[in-house]
Design a protein around this ligand. Structure first.
Ligand code: ATP
Length: 204
């Protein structure tokens, strides 16, 4: 059995930056977003089912999910999102489980990165502990504007569809403050890593 820490946080909060620091200390990082991307990449395992459900127009010329076409379908028919999720979510879950089960002996515990962990009862049940990357909404907005060039209103819409900062903090066992410099992260991650090593030793 693997001791699994769920790592979450809102858009642009710094989950990837934090996950990299855990990986550098030897944790196995399983990133559900990266798995979702792989499933919908050219030749991805979800593509046949997605094209069967939504038609060939759901895929681009390269065979990857055509995100713009899919967004347009979901915009025109909001329940289409649920149909897409019904295909993707079980595949993401089973691939995550496969990777967790194959944890190398050198990784004493695993970090399961789930952007919408707080919103998902299944993932909350699956993890042994929840670590939240926290920062102010204004910081999230500034970072995502810089990274993706999205309009402020668009980011605010995404934030409104996610759990609130307070909801995430209420569910957290551990909080990583990422409102400051990137240099403030390693000492926080180091402290948690030492704790997770101890928890993993006493586990299973
Ligand atoms: P998403 O869920 O949106 O993919 P995330 O939570 O994984 O995001 P990151 O990708 O780690 O967040 O960070 C978002 C952006 O903000 C990146 O461009 C990253 O380089 C930058 N960033 C993260 N933390 C800091 C920080 N403390 N100071 C400055 N920039 C930061």
């Amino acid at each position: 059995m693997t001791y699994v820490v769920g790592l979450t946080g809102g858009i642009g909060s710094g989950k990837s930056a934090v996950a990299d620091l855990f990986a550098a200390r030897g944790a196995l990082v399983v990133d559900t977003d990266a798995i979702a991307h792989g499933l919908t990449a050219p030749g991805g395992a979800a593509m046949p089912a997605i094209c069967a459900e939504f038609g060939a127009a759901a895929a681009g010329a390269d065979g990857a999910l055509d995100r713009a076409a899919m967004r347009a379908m979901v915009f025109a028919d909001p329940p289409a999102r649920k149909r897409l999720e019904a295909i993707l979510h079980p595949l993401i879950r089973s691939e995550s489980e496969r990777r967790l089960a194959e944890r190398p002996a050198a990784s004493p515990y695993a970090i399961l990165m789930v952007p919408l962990l707080i919103e998902s009862g299944d993932y909350r049940k699956r993890v042994d502990r929840i670590a939240v990357v926290d920062c102010a909404e204004a910081t999230q907005i500034a970072r995502v504007m810089r990274r993706n060039g999205l309009a402020r209103e668009e980011i605010e819409r995404i934030l409104a569809a996610q759990a609130s900062r307070a909801e995430r903090l209420a569910a957290a066992d551990d909080v990583i403050d990422n409102d400051g410099e990137l240099a403030a992260l390693p000492p926080q991650v180091e402290r948690l890593h030492v704790n997770y090593l101890a928890l993993a030793r006493g586990f299973g």
